[in-house]
Design a protein around this ligand. Structure first.
Ligand code: PMP
Length: 359
C-alpha cells in the first residue's frame, strides 16, 4: 500500500467517498467570455479603496458598521444579521448549528449543489424531494420526509439556482407553516436583487426562518467572499456560537462597508437594471435560434435554456472560449445550459457563436 492510500484511509469515510463540489472555477476551461458562475459583468472595485486600513490587529468578530449597513439595507435590526465568508459559509453554519449527525436536511432538486455537500461533510443525511415539473415545491413530499425522518433543516432557493424561477408565495408560506416548531427553513436569496419580492418581512412571523444573502451577485463582489444570514436574534446567537472567531478579513470589511454605502447601493441598483435589460434582450434573441427549444422565465442574472442538443452546443462554445454551465446531467434539466447574463459585448459574442451552431 503506498503512502497516499494510507492517508486516504485515515480520513472520515464520508469524506473519502465525497465528490467535491464542481464549482464553475474548478471545472475550468480556457476562455475569453465567462458566463458560467452568475457573476456580475462589472466590478465596482475601482471605486472601493482600502484607505489607511491596518492589518496587524484581528478584525471585529462581527464588524459593527458592516452589520449596521446591511441591517439598514435589509430593513432589519443589527441583531438579526450575521456576516459570513460568502453565502456558502451561512449554509454550512445552519447545518452545523441545527443538525446532529443522525439528522437530515431536505433539499428540492434541481437546486444549488452546496446544501447537499455541506450536509454530507458534516455527516448529516440529505433527503431529496424533487420539484414539480413546473419547478414548484412538492409540499406533500416534504411533509412525508419530515414525518419519516428527523429533518432539522429544509433548504429552498428563491429565485432558484439553476432554474431561475421564484417559488410561488403560497408554497413558501405553506412550507413555513409546515416546518413551524419542527425544522428550520433556509431560504436562499442569493439573487434577490434581481427579483420582485424578498421574504425578509416574514422573519417577524417565523422564528425558524433563516435567509441567505451575498455580495457576490448583484453587488459584483464575488471575489470579496462576503455574505450574510438574516434571522431572528435567537438564531443569530446560536450561529454565532459555531462561526469561526474572525470570519471576515479586514480588507473585506473595509470594502464591503463601502459597497453598502448609499452610493454603493445606488450603483448596484443601476447595474441590476442594466443586467435585467440585457437579460430581456438575450432571452428574445435566444428564442429566435433554431437550436433553442425553451428559454425559462428567470428573476435572476442568468437564463436556463433548453437546446435540442445541449452537449453539442456546450462543447462548441467551450472550444470557442465561451464558457457556460452545463446542466444536462441534473435531474429534470436534460439538454439545459445555464447562461449568465454578461455585458453587452459578452452577450453579443455568445449570440454570434450560437448562430454558427449547425444542428
Ligand atoms: N446560494 C446560491 C443559490 C448561489 O448560487 C451561490 C453562489 N453560486 C451561493 C449561495 C453562494 O454564494 P457566495 O458564497 O459567493 O456568497
Amino acid at each position: 500500500m503506498n503512502k497516499l492510500n494510507d492517508i486516504n484511509s485515515l480520513a472520515r469515510l464520508t469524506v473519502q467517498e465525497l465528490t467535491a463540489y464542481q464549482s464553475a472555477r474548478k471545472i475550468g476551461g480556457t476562455g475569453t467570455v465567462w458566463l458560467n458562475a452568475n457573476e456580475a459583468p462589472q466590478t465596482p472595485c475601482d471605486e472601493l479603496s482600502l484607505g489607511d486600513a491596518k492589518f496587524n490587529r484581528y478584525p471585529e468578530p462581527q464588524p459593527s458598521k458592516l452589520i449596521a449597513r446591511y441591517a439598514d439595507y435589509a430593513g432589519l435590526n443589527p441583531t438579526q444579521v450575521l456576516a459570513t465568508r460568502g453565502g456558502d459559509e451561512g449554509i454550512e453554519l445552519v447545518i452545523r448549528t441545527f443538525c446532529e449527525p443522525t439528522d437530515s436536511i431536505v433539499i428540492c432538486p434541481p437546486t444549488y449543489g452546496m446544501y447537499a455537500i455541506s450536509a454530507k461533510t458534516a455527516g448529516v443525511g440529505v433527503i431529496e424531494v424533487m420539484q414539480t415539473p413546473s419547478f414548484g415545491l412538492d409540499l406533500d413530499g416534504i411533509a412525508k420526509a419530515m414525518d419519516t425522518q428527523a429533518v432539522k433543516v429544509v433548504f429552498v432557493c428563491s429565485p432558484n439556482n439553476p432554474t431561475g424561477n421564484v417559488l410561488p408565495e403560497r408554497e413558501l408560506t405553506a412550507l413555513f407553516e409546515l416546518c413551524a416548531g419542527r425544522a428550520m427553513v433556509v431560504l436562499d436569496e442569493a439573487y434577490i436583487e434581481y427579483a420582485q419580492k424578498s421574504y425578509v418581512s416574514q422573519l417577524a412571523e417565523y422564528p425558524h426562518l433563516a435567509i441567505i444573502r451575498t455580495l457576490s451577485k448583484a453587488f459584483g463582489l464575488a471575489g470579496l467572499r462576503c455574505g450574510f444570514v438574516l434571522a431572528n436574534s435567537q438564531v443569530i446567537e446560536l450561529l454565532s456560537k459555531v462561526i469561526a472567531p474572525y470570519p471576515i478579513a479586514v480588507p473585506v470589511v473595509v470594502l464591503a462597508e463601502q459597497a453598502l454605502s448609499p452610493s454603493g447601493i445606488a450603483k448596484m441598483q443601476q447595474a441590476v437594471l442594466q443586467t435585467l435589460a440585457e437579460k430581456q434582450r438575450l432571452a428574445s434573441e435566444l428564442k429566435t435560434l433554431p437550436s433553442v427549444e425553451q428559454v425559462f422565465d428567470s428573476e435572476t442574472n442568468y437564463l436556463l435554456v433548453r437546446f435540442n442538443d445541449s452537449p453539442k452546443v456546450f462543447e462548441q462554445l467551450w472550444q470557442a472560449g465561451i464558457i457556460l454551465r452545463h446542466q444536462h446531467h441534473n435531474p429534470m434539466l436534460e439538454n439545459c445550459i445555464r447562461i449568465t447574463v454578461g455585458s453587452v459585448s459578452e452577450n453579443d459574442a455568445l449570440l454570434n457563436q450560437l448562430r454558427t451552431v449547425l444542428l
